[in-house]
Design a protein around this ligand. Structure first.
Ligand SMILES: [Zn+2]
Length: 386
């Protein structure tokens, strides 16, 4: 195998922007693991254009029961429209930093894990270690659930998981969930001189948005807050709207999308109820008084569950000791961690690189961060062997 920087250089050279296949990278890694006598397996998407990779380094006695998963996503965000000083898909080391798309988010962690495989095999592990590489994390965490389902089918039951998203090697124990929704307001066209004959979809959308905005203010003031978060309450915001054809036509259609970020202890779907009730008891009756076919459809788009660290003390002690960390950090961005937790695998987020550098032009990771991750993995392996 190779050093962490060798691995990172290879991984960056695969353009695994989420819209592309990640199979070249996955097969390259699978070949290297097979070359070391391991048995990686893949869990593909429905089109078989992308895959998750999972591999187990068994315990010294051959057991694959329990153990800890080291998890990372292989896809990266696009470089479209960004001004890079060097080729984003060629690792470039300057000023003690390694530049390249995905260097920080999060091929740096994957590289460190792959470089540590020989050490994992050489250690007399008491419990197995597992490596999980996913696809399509950056477009809504679509890959990990496919892999988690395959784990169940195969009877694998890891005990813990570390997702190596960039945290500057601090231990993050919780993050918010993300739920996105689309509202389609169906009104009725009319000439703008005949407003009472039409149902103005834009105006009803606006009424609903004002209602959602008032709910957001309630969340900020009435909900139990968690001051460990940057924004210590759940948030709601409308991010897109489209409707209307001409200024002199009452529009029959308006659609908008909104984003709900819930604190881990808040029921993620509870927010839908007051919105639905407002549609059914207030807005739709007004619309249908003019036109019986008018209505508002509310549809859930994506969801990424929150990571709730409140019940995972054992793992926090284990990983906290390895990174010399007593603070339990909580962050605003979402990861696959909530999905692992939902599958019954307690999870923390801990990986090299600063989230500040993620997704940007000239994304980089400090070589010192990679070295810290290497040391973290060495101590983790030693702990699993003890
Ligand atoms: Zn990431």
């Amino acid at each position: 195998m190779h050093t962490t920087t060798d691995w990172l250089t290879r991984l960056i050279a695969f353009d695994t922007t989420s819209r592309n296949s990640n199979l070249n990278l996955i097969h390259h890694v699978a070949d290297a693991l097979e070359g070391r006598g391991l048995k990686p397996w893949l869990a593909h998407n429905a089109e078989r254009s992308k895959a998750n990779l999972f591999v187990t380094i068994p315990a010294a006695n051959g057991s694959t029961e329990g153990g800890l998963v080291l998890s990372g996503h292989t896809d990266v965000v696009p470089v479209d429209g960004q001004e890079w000083s060097s080729d984003p898909f060629r690792a470039d080391i300057r000023d003690r930093r390694l530049y390249g798309r995905g260097s920080c988010d999060m091929k740096g962690f994957i590289a460190a894990v792959l470089a540590a495989v020989p050490a994992m095999q050489a250690a007399k592990l008491q419990r197995p270690l597992h490596i999980a590489l996913s696809y399509d994390e950056e477009v809504g965490c679509l890959g990990a659930p496919v892999m988690l389902a395959a784990l169940q089918t195969r009877g694998l039951n890891p005990q813990h998981c570390v997702v190596g998203e960039p945290t500057s090697m601090r231990m993050v124990v919780a993050h918010k969930g993300i739920h996105t929704f689309r509202c389609r307001v169906h009104g009725k066209n009319a000439h703008s001189s005949l407003t009472p004959h039409g149902v103005n979809a834009i105006e009803y959308a606006a009424k609903l948005i004002v209602f959602i905005n008032a709910l957001a203010a309630d969340l900020a003031h009435k909900q139990q807050q968690d001051s460990a978060f940057d924004v210590p309450f759940s948030t709601l915001s409308v991010g897109r709207i489209r409707g209307g054809t001409a200024v002199n036509i009452i529009p029959h259609l308006c659609e908008f999308e909104f984003d709900y970020r819930n604190l881990p202890h808040i029921d993620p779907l509870g927010i839908v109820e007051p919105i639905r009730r407002h549609i059914e008891t207030v807005l739709q009756p007004q619309m249908q008084a003019v036109d019986a076919d008018s209505r508002i459809d509310l549809e859930a788009l994506h969801q990424v569950p929150a990571l709730d660290g409140s019940d995972q003390a054992e793992l926090h002690v284990l990983i906290g000791a390895l990174v010399d960390e007593t603070v339990r950090h909580k962050v605003a961005y979402a990861t696959e961690g909530g999905q692992f937790q939902q599958a019954g695998i307690p999870t923390v987020i801990c990986g090299p690189g600063n989230i500040e550098q993620a997704h940007k032009a000239d994304e980089f990771i400090e070589l010192a961060q990679l070295a810290r991750c290497d040391r973290f993995l060495q101590t983790l392996i030693a702990a699993q062997a003890a």
